[in-house]
Each structure stands twice: as structure tokens, then as C-alpha cells.
Design a protein around this ligand. Structure first.
Ligand code: CU
Length: 192
């Protein structure tokens, strides 16, 4: 077997196993045949590097998802099912929040809001309760938000597709429904 072919095959195998993607610098070599070209076209590999472990998150189920799929549930106990997400710098992610509770939205709505840094959590949480008209997402805080879902009632879900920050670090996420952050409805996206 020619070395170049071996590299190609190894890459293809690795990509097939690790649907979570390849880094921007790791573009696949140019396909050498129609078959390989078709295979390469069929594989939509989002950028972002080697696979990472996400406790409690669902495995990617569809190649149509824009980025690595991560599912988080929210419940009437005001907890996220996942409180830690690991990602590569710049990795494309699709976070789906599902409200699996039964209490009506006006008293138990949930959202998922990813913030720029721990330094902006306090000001964000302080302003959020006044922003009921915009699902507790204050317009003045947009600059501090990386991504967020809609506010969800029981059995509703929404997906936020975005790219993880390029800068390694810990990025907090919260539910901004009044009082929920304070009882522990938050977590962290860890970029490393
Ligand atoms: Cu909540």
C-alpha cells in the first residue's frame, strides 16, 4: 500500500469513528478517486478538533446537525442534566435544551444562556428578571452572550448552534428565569 493511500484511509476511518470533527488545520488531503470524493462529500465533519467527552450529552445522531450535538434537559427541580461541556477552541456545537418538566412556562420556564465570562454572570443575572418581555434576555446584555435558546415551557425544546470561543477557558451558562440561577441552574462550557 502506498503511504499516501494509507494516510487517506487512516484519516477516513478516524473521521468515520469520530464524527465530532477535525481541526481547521487538519483538512483532508485531496481525494484521489471518484469513490473517495463521494465519501468525502458524504461526510460532513464539523470543525473543532478531536472528540471530547461530554458527560450526560447525547451522541451525535445526524450528519445534518450543524456542529456536535449536545442535549441538555431541564426539569421542575430547576437543574440542568449537564453542568459541564468540554469543547475544542472554535468547535461548532449545537446545544439542544429540552424542558422535561410539567409546570407551566410562566412559573417554570427554562432557557440556556452561554455567557462570555464568569465576570458577566452577576450583572446578567441582576438584569434578567426585568426582561420578561424578551424571555429574560436583557437587550443590554447581548454583548455578554455567546449563544442562547428560547425560553421553554413543558415539553418544548430549542437548539442553539454556535462556535465555541477560540480562547481556552471556562464559559458559564445559566438559566435566566428569575431565581433559577440562584438555586443551581447553571454550568460551564470548558474550552481546552
Ligand atoms: Cu430554569
Amino acid at each position: 500500500m502506498k503511504p499516501t493511500l494509507r494516510v487517506l484511509l487512516t484519516f477516513s476511518l478516524a473521521s468515520a469513528v469520530f464524527l465530532t470533527g477535525c481541526g481547521k488545520k487538519d483538512q483532508p488531503p485531496a481525494p484521489k478517486s471518484d469513490t473517495e470524493a463521494a465519501r468525502a462529500a458524504a461526510m460532513t465533519v464539523p470543525p473543532g478538533g478531536a472528540p471530547t467527552t461530554v458527560p450526560g450529552a447525547a451522541a451525535p445522531t445526524s450528519s445534518s446537525v450543524q456542529g456536535r450535538a449536545i442535549e441538555i434537559t431541564a426539569n421542575d427541580q430547576m437543574k440542568f442534566s449537564t453542568t459541564e461541556i468540554h469543547a475544542k477552541p472554535g468547535e461548532a456545537l449545537s446545544v439542544t435544551l429540552k424542558n422535561v418538566g410539567t409546570v407551566p412556562k410562566f412559573s417554570m420556564g427554562h432557557n440556556w444562556v452561554l455567557l462570555q465570562s464568569t465576570a458577566v454572570v452577576e450583572p446578567f443575572i441582576a438584569e434578567a428578571p426585568q426582561a420578561a418581555a424578551t424571555d429574560y434576555i436583557p437587550a443590554s446584555q447581548q454583548k455578554n452572550i455567546i449563544a442562547h435558546t428560547k425560553l421553554l415551557g413543558p415539553k418544548e425544546q430549542d437548539t442553539a448552534s454556535f462556535k465555541a470561543p477560540e480562547k481556552p477557558g471556562r464559559y458559564p451558562y445559566v438559566c435566566s428565569f428569575p431565581g433559577h440561577y440562584q438555586v443551581g441552574m447553571h454550568g460551564e462550557l470548558i474550552v481546552e
